[in-house]
Structure formats: C-alpha cells, structure tokens
Design a protein around this ligand. Structure first.
Ligand SMILES: C[S@@+](CC[C@H](N)C(=O)[O-])C[C@H]1O[C@@H](n2cnc3c(N)ncnc32)[C@H](O)[C@@H]1O
Length: 345
C-alpha cells in the first residue's frame, strides 16, 4: 500500500478554514430564528420573512443574503426560497430534520470553548468555570435530545454485533453506562423482546433517555440508574454492559478504573462493549471527528482525551476480560470492541 500524498495547502483551502466559523454562525442563526420553517410553504421577500420571524427587516435581509450565499436558500427576483435538500433537513416538521443538532455541534458551549483554544493549549487546563463531568453540565441533556439522527446508526450497528449472541441468553440483562440518549440499549431491546435495559447517566440526561424509550415502545423494560458511573450501585450482574463515548472524558488510568468496575458487574461469559470514537488507529486525516472531539475534552475536562483501540484493549485485558473483538465500518467513524468475561453462565 502506498502512503497517501499529503493534501497540498492552497489559499482557497486556507480561507475556507478561516471563514468556517462564519458559515456556522449563519446556519445557527437561520435555525435559531426559524428561517427555514418560515419559508416551508414557498418563497417570500425579506420583508415578509422578517414579519414572520418578528425580526428586524434589515437584519433579516442581510441574513437571507448570507444563507443564499451558502446555498441554503435560493434568491430569485428578490424572493427567497429553500435551497436543494433544505426542506428535508432543515424544516422542523420534516421527519429527517437535523437542525436541532446545531444546539450541540454548533452550540454556544462548543463555540466559546474553542474560541479560546490557543490559551487552553498554552495553559493545559480546562476553560475556567467549565467542567463537563459535573452532573448538571447542560450540554449532555442537549446531546441526548438532539443527536439521535446520527447515534441511531451506531446503535443499529451495535445491535447487529450483539444480537446473534445475546439472543441465545434467556432474558438478557443489559447495562448502558453514560447512556445519553439511551439508544444503544433501546435499539437492542427492540430486537430482543426479553431483554431488560438498565440506563445509567445523570438524572437530567435520563429524563431525556426515558422519553426516547417511550417513543421506541420499550419503556416498560427500561430501569433507570441515575448518578455517577464511578459510584452508583450497579445492580448487576449483567449479560452485557455497554460503555459508549464515555471513557475519553477521563485520563487513561481513570478510564481503566471504570472499565475494572464494569467488568466486575458482568456475569461469567458476559460481554463488556466499548463503543465510540478513537484516535491513533488511523492517520489523523481519516479520523477528524475524533481529533476535534479531543479538543473539546481538553477544553471541558481535567485530563480527558481520546484513547486508541489498543489502549481500550489494554484496559479490557487489565480488567481480566479476554477474546476482545473489533468491529468497524467504512464511513462510520466509530469502533466497537466486545470483550468477554471468562467462565460459563
Ligand atoms: C458523549 S455522551 C455519550 C452518550 C452515548 N453513550 C453515546 O455513545 O452516544 C457522554 C455521556 O456520559 C455521561 N457522563 C459523563 N460523566 C458521567 C459520569 N461520571 N457518570 C455517569 N454519566 C456520565 C454524560 O452525561 C453523557 O450523557
């Protein structure tokens, strides 16, 4: 295999990077003000849109121009309509609506943290006053609410991996630690009608997860374990424990401590699953999401950072688990490691 040539930096690529935050701002303002919903029934002049949004006419006219410059809107004869694909993805009544994800991926919290990245790197400490590990860190409830569009794919893949094995266990008992939206457990529950899911996270996040469990029709088989994953009584033993996108909140030794705790709550022959973004498995340009997420962990936690699949394997091995198997899919920037607790059930 030949090494990929490094991409040549061009002035255009450089200026696109510099202007990236402006596109984020324009998209976010469009979503926040309800521009796309206001144009769902057809094109309109800026003055009509301003009236529908109860916003300033000049401000609306300038924003609509910028949205058209980004091709989110089309402008014809002074009237603005939705650009190609916008009705499906950015009109709130569409079943494929993604605009809510701006509350996470383009959130004020991320924006403010990354706006002072150089100073965070210089000092090596999180943004003053910010701690993503606090039970009331508001970003996590937003994350649980708005990211189901993307996380459903990961939950489906996880269910594909676990279903053949778990289907052979009578009434499998599953724990999802730092469950967020909870979909990892709920998609599995829909495939395995006898499964019982224990969803673990902070209380404010579990309120959101509970809503998803109800919508997916599995609420009657879901138990909630609110609290700190390091301290809450785990109510085991379990057939399956999933820890998804949580270990990178912590430095390696703290992550390994949690893995040990979870391994101790497995039944013999039970499975511990580490699911999520990793770095160090591929060249950085092949795993950009994970590297950018690592900067959020730098900004928001004391010591959190992304781990490699090799580091996860070492944590699982140190916790006495064996036969670790890796699943990854092209185009899905997540890796799934399934490790077994020795013994027979
Ligand atoms: C990035 S989200 C991951 C959500 C989901 N597991 C996934 O893979 O998409 C991290 C979650 O971990 C939770 N979390 C962080 N620290 C925690 C702790 N000490 N105890 C329990 N949950 C925690 C957050 O509230 C958040 O919901």
């Amino acid at each position: 295999m030949t090494e990929a040539e490094p991409a040549q930096l061009t002035p255009q690529r450089l200026f696109e990077m510099m202007a990236g935050f402006k596109a984020t701002a324009v998209l976010r303002a469009g979503v926040e003000l309800g521009v796309f919903g206001a144009l769902a029934d057809g094109p309109a002049h800026a003055v009509e849109v301003a009236d529908r949004l109860a916003a300033d006419e000049r401000g609306t006219r300038l924003l609509l121009g910028a949205l058209a410059a980004l091709r989110l809107l089309d402008e014809r004869d002074g009237r603005y309509g939705l650009g190609a694909g916008v009705a499906e993805l950015l009109v709130p009544t569409s079943p494929a609506y993604c605009g809510g994800i701006t509350a996470v991926a383009a959130s004020t919290g991320e924006w403010e943290a990354l706006g002072r990245l150089a100073s965070t790197v210089r000092e090596g400490t999180p943004v003053p006053g910010v701690d993503a590990l606090r039970p009331d860190f508001p970003y996590w409830a937003d994350f649980a609410t708005h990211t189901t569009f993307g996380t459903l794919r990961a939950a489906d893949l996880l269910a594909d991996v676990l279903e053949p094995w778990a289907a052979g266990r009578p009434g499998p008992k599953v724990l999802d630690v730092g469950c967020g939206h909870g979909l990892s457990g709920y998609v599995l529950a829909r495939r395995l009608p006898q499964a019982v899911i224990h969803s673990q996270d902070w209380p404010s996040v579990l309120e959101v997860a509970e809503g998803h469990a109800e919508r997916l029709g599995v609420r009657d088989r879901v138990k909630l374990l609110p609290g700190d994953a390091f301290e809450v009584p785990l109510d085991g033993p379990y057939d399956v424990i999933v820890v998804g996108n949580l270990l990178f909140h912590f430095p390696p030794e703290r992550a390994a401590e949690l893995v040990r705790r979870l391994a101790g709550a497995l039944k013999p022959d039970g499975r511990l699953v580490v699911l999520g973004f990793t770095t160090g498995d591929q060249p950085p340009a092949e795993e950009p999401h994970a590297h950018l997420l690592g900067l959020l962990m730098l900004s928001w936690t004391a010591g959190g950072e992304m781990h490699s699949t090799g580091a996860h394997r070492a944590m699982l091995g140190a916790a006495g688990l064996t036969e670790t198997e890796l699943t990854a899919r092209p185009g899905l920037p997540l890796r799934i490691l399934v490790a077994s607790r020795p013994g027979t059930s």
